[in-house]
Design a protein around this ligand. Structure first.
Ligand code: SF4
Ligand code: SF4
Length: 389
């Protein structure tokens, strides 16, 4: 008989239907549980009231500029890849009111931010790449002398249930970025979803005292060597099946040495400047601040909203934009993401989730562009040349 005593390093078994008990437990502890669900033909992230909202039985096909959601053969909850939304939207909302000023007694009465922190949040189903992205965003918003109050309030109460990937998404390359498919740290619980021998269960690891307490409340049985081996094999298979990779050796230096590489022009000729790549990226954090007034002038509001370095206005300073060309904007994005992010935040700005590849309407692929930029200019053929018959 399996023992149910749990240490943080141990792994336990949660039968698939019992995932509902974990959801209920989090809800009764006051967490707003957020996770993947299907909407408009894609897996998006939203509040979960019940297990039935998870994308059970769905798989996806992803390639550059292509996403299709399909019914798979297994009833698994987490066989899909990263969807078009990243978890950042719950910590760094697309629109955030900063303050409201109302005319009163000849002056203004200012009320501070609305809803800095909603109810405590629990993220269910965070992939390894997205966990790494949260670590990066922590440095961006909480590092240095000026922490962001909205991000901090939301991050402090956050509970993270990770899922080790058992399916390689069509555009994923986390293995070459060292950010997946296994979540190494930063979670409260980590699940590996296993279907084998007519069983469907989760191998559960606690990564914090809070995770350990949840395991105890669930009364899970300890995993045995067979369970552990099955879970390990699934994640190792995922790493070996990843179709893309990014060579990161000396990449920042190589990009730094290539400001006039012809490949920038090649990418720019295709880029629409739509900003999809930055909006779906789990680490992009560019934003702008806007003031609005009502028509009477009695009330004004300041809002922060997501912006993108792909827009012309983003780099507008007195007299014009400092990156007026698509070439300059694409070069800025890629060299920051893969190069200058290192000295600024201590890591790459890319975690290999593949979202920018899938959701680029003209199929620009960051792995392909980075590889081409690392070749001497004379050896780089344009994409058009290489796809011509
Ligand atoms: S740059 Fe692309 S692949 Fe890298 S983290 Fe952002 S969206 Fe994912
Ligand atoms: S998603 Fe593609 S087309 Fe749109 S801005 Fe990014 S690279 Fe350009």
């Amino acid at each position: 008989m399996r023992r149910s005593s749990i240490q943080m390093t141990q792994q336990v078994i949660l039968e698939a239907p019992d995932l509902a008990r974990l959801l209920t437990l989090l809800q009764t502890q006051g967490y707003r549980v957020l996770g993947p669900t299907v909407r408009d033909g894609a897996v998006v992230l939203d509040q979960l009231a019940s297990l039935s909202q998870l994308p059970a039985g769905y798989i996806d096909q992803q390639d550059s500029g292509r996403y299709r959601l399909l019914r798979g053969e297994l009833p698994t909850f987490f066989s899909h890849g990263p969807g078009p939304q990243a978890w950042k939207k719950f910590l760094f909302p697309p629109r955030q009111q900063l303050f409201v000023a109302k005319r009163r007694d000849g002056g203004f009465a200012v009320t501070a931010q609305s809803e800095i922190a909603p109810a405590r949040q629990a993220f269910l189903g965070v992939r390894a790449c997205d966990l790494q992205a949260l670590t990066i965003l922590d440095r961006v918003f909480l590092g240095g002398d000026y922490a962001d109050a909205v991000y901090r309030a939301r991050r402090e109460g956050l509970l993270l249930v990770a899922v080790h990937c058992t399916t390689a998404g069509g555009t994923c390359f986390c293995a070459s970025m060292g950010s997946g498919p296994r979540a190494a740290s930063g979670f409260d619980l980590a699940l590996t979803e296993v279907t084998a021998d007519k069983r469907h269960y989760f191998l559960v690891e606690a990564g914090s005292e809070r995770g350990l307490a949840l395991c105890r409340e669930l009364g899970c049985a300890e995993a045995d060597d067979v369970d552990r081996a099955a879970a390990t094999q699934l994640v190792e298979n995922t790493a070996s099946r990843m179709g893309r990779r990014l060579e990161t050796d000396d990449l920042p230096e190589r990009l730094q040495a290539s400001p006039e590489h012809p490949r920038w022009e090649d990418a720019a000729a295709r880029c629409l400047g739509c900003a999809n790549c930055t909006l779906v990226c789990p680490t992009c954090f560019c934003h702008t601040v806007e003031d609005r007034t009502d028509l009477s002038g009695a009330c004004a509001e300041r809002q922060r909203r997501w912006d993108s370095c792909f827009t012309l206005d983003f780099s507008y300073i007195h007299g014009g934009s400092i990156r007026p060309s698509p070439r300059g904007r694409y070069r800025h994005w890629l060299t920051h993401k893969l190069g200058t992010w290192h000295p600024q935040f201590g890591t790459s700005g890319c975690v290999g989730c593949g979202r920018c590849i899938t959701w680029c309407p003209v199929s620009i692929d960051i792995t392909e562009e980075a590889a081409a930029l690392c070749l001497p200019a004379a050896e780089t053929s344009s994409r058009k040349d290489r796809t011509s018959p």
